[in-house]
Design a protein around this ligand. Sequence first.
Ligand SMILES: Nc1ncnc2c1ncn2[C@@H]1O[C@H](COP(=O)(O)OP(=O)(O)OP(=O)(O)O)[C@@H](O)[C@H]1O
Ligand SMILES: [Mg+2]
Length: 230
Amino acid sequence: MILEACSVEKWYLRGKGDSNRFFAVKSTDLKMAPGKVTVLTGRSGSGKTTLMNMMAGLLTPDGGKILLDGKDLYALNDVSLSQLRNGNFGMVPQSADVLPCLTVMENILLPQGIYRNQTADSDLQAEELGLELMNRMGIGHLADALAKELSGGERRRVCIARALAGRPKIIFADEPTSDLDDENTRIVLAILRQAADSDAAVMIVTHDTEALEYADEAYRMDGGHLSLNY
Ligand SMILES: Nc1ncnc2c1ncn2[C@@H]1O[C@H](COP(=O)(O)OP(=O)(O)OP(=O)(O)O)[C@@H](O)[C@H]1O
Ligand SMILES: [Mg+2]
């Protein structure tokens, strides 16, 4: 699957008056392809999450298109878009949201149960992969803990296992290593690299310069403007 942003932009009204447009993302082209890790860096407020959310089908652009294998993502109705995202996209949100009253494993398996007519086999595969990822990230012992009992860094690693357990074709990771120690940062970046090596298209938004070592393509966002990061 190839996901492309074609001249996408997003603006908000800021200050008084209807004409005060503030462009969070200025006209941007970006392509995500199987096997590739794309790393996006840039200062706080530069538009990274806004661009990622538009590409992930979570935020409608004000201009331009997001094309998945040539088809306009936002031409789909809500249910079709939601099903497409659930079946193909894995997302690690910047806010590391989990459902607090479910266990860690229930959180990880939640996306699997929403639309797909899961067979017992694929459920088992997602559970096995989820557990394997948790073990690699040092949180395997927390599978039966309630999500609300976790620390910030533990919660973030749960979100990574949740995003990857269904083997999605396209992975979006928004600050996946913030609040992680050096060792876990390396483990998480290696896991995301490995997902790309297994043919997923991966985008990582990060402030962590170490991520550049794992990148095929690196970009910088500056005040809503995207450029190559050499
Ligand atoms: N819903 C919104 N309404 C108004 N302004 C918004 C909205 N969402 C984002 N913005 C603005 O758009 C700009 C880009 O936000 P965005 O979250 O994409 O930045 P970011 O690069 O991800 O920053 P950070 O590194 O802090 O996460 C910011 O100035 C933000 O205030
Ligand atoms: Mg952000």
